[in-house]
Design a protein around this ligand. Structure first.
Ligand SMILES: Cc1cc2nc3c(=O)[nH]c(=O)nc-3n(C[C@H](O)[C@H](O)[C@H](O)COP(=O)(O)O)c2cc1C
Length: 336
């Protein structure tokens, strides 16, 4: 049978076979795109069918915005009030339906209290209506634990640089306050170390674009969404991309992000090891914004932008957002 097939194939023009193969690949990719789309629309937080996890997801995102505001280089008193009101409303809604012992919910309440206290300490008059709202959520908490964003100094931030991995990895944080410059060699050393990142089939698709020119950094930051209040202090900006040239199946469509994510975490540790303060910055942008970025610096079309990493030197003292984690026992499931 195979023999007959091979004989028939010989008489079919090569171009026809190529076209047929191409159509097959495109159809397969479309079916996966639809599968991805269905999963994402059904289970992500875009369309807002309620589950506890989706509620908590929105609460975490909102309290983290407040945490970031509390740790900005120049904290703007009175900042983020619409977000705070939204956060309180979400928490009031959440507590009617779900478990209020949830670590993230508790942390959110603590952040709301911290916001109020800091404004009191600075004698900044918050509007009465906001104070009433804050009171409405705090008075329901019998066991209120007010959060405290972290305070560090340049001297102690890197003190665990050579410590055992558990201590070292716990000492890394996203930095949103920079001062002065760092040497290019420190970044290059980190990139050299991060070359040990595993990649699928060892194809090593990751590329790093280092932007040193301040005007270009400012242009890139006009497009990136998440650097307000500290982007102007970043000394060097890394754009992490994945070159998709060596991926060869539709089933691999998400691998650039897997390889890129693994690389970026490893690079963050390598930067920390080389005493470079750093922060990963999302590249969740529209097609138009993605194309615009490719005009700021020349990025080959075969490279997908994965994430930015802002780098710099530390000021003498600075604040860090707590970024509360779940207990590790809450995030694994054993299947026996
Ligand atoms: C993919 C990714 C994108 C991020 N984007 C931003 C961003 O745009 N702006 C920002 O301030 N922080 C950003 N962060 C930093 C996170 O807020 C931070 O990693 C998280 O709160 C945990 O804190 P830690 O890094 O200090 O442990 C991003 C982190 C990741 C992993």
């Amino acid at each position: 049978m195979q023999k007959i097939k091979n004989i028939i194939k010989k008489f079919i023009p090569k171009r026809f076979l190529e076209k047929r193969n191409q159509n097959f690949v495109i159809k397969k990719y479309d079916s996966y795109s639809n599968y991805d789309k269905e999963l994402f629309l059904e289970h992500s937080n875009i369309l807002h069918q309620e589950t506890q996890l989706k509620y908590i997801g929105r609460i975490v995102q909102l309290y983290h915005i407040i945490e970031k505001g509390l740790t900005m280089p120049e904290m703007r008193l009175g900042f983020g009030q619409p977000k705070l009101i939204n956060l309180i409303d979400k928490c009031l809604d959440y507590q009617k339906k779900y478990d209020t012992k949830n670590i993230q919910y508790q942390h959110a309440i603590g952040v709301i209290a911290e916001y109020k206290n800091i404004h009191q300490e600075h004698q900044f008059p918050l509007e009465e209506s906001l104070l009433v709202k804050i009171k409405s959520i705090l008075e329901k908490e019998s066991d209120l634990k007010i959060t405290k964003q972290l305070i560090k100094t340049k001297a102690n931030y890197f003190e665990h640089q050579l410590a055992a991995f558990d201590t070292f990895s716990n000492s890394r944080h996203s930095i949103r306050n920079f001062s002065g410059t760092i040497k290019s060699e420190q970044i290059e050393e980190a990139i050299r170390l991060a070359q040990n990142t595993p990649t699928a089939c060892n194809r090593q698709p990751i590329r790093v674009h280092i932007i040193e020119n301040k005007e270009l950094i400012a242009e890139a930051f006009k497009i990136q969404n998440g650097n307000r209040g500290f982007g102007h202090l970043v000394d060097k900006l890394l754009v992490i991309t994945a070159d998709i040239s060596s991926y060869q199946d539709s089933e691999e469509r998400n691998l650039p992000y897997v390889d890129g994510g693994m690389y970026t975490m490893n690079l963050l540790y390598a930067l920390h090891f080389n005493k470079v303060a750093a922060i990963p910055l999302n590249w969740c942008r529209t097609k138009e914004e993605d194309l615009k970025m490719r005009k700021v610096i020349s990025i080959p079309n075969s490279e997908i932008i994965i994430v930015f990493v802002g780098c710099g030197n530390l000021p003498d003292d600075f604040k860090l957002a707590v970024s509360k984690r779940y207990d590790y026992k809450d995030i694994f499931t054993k299947h026996n």
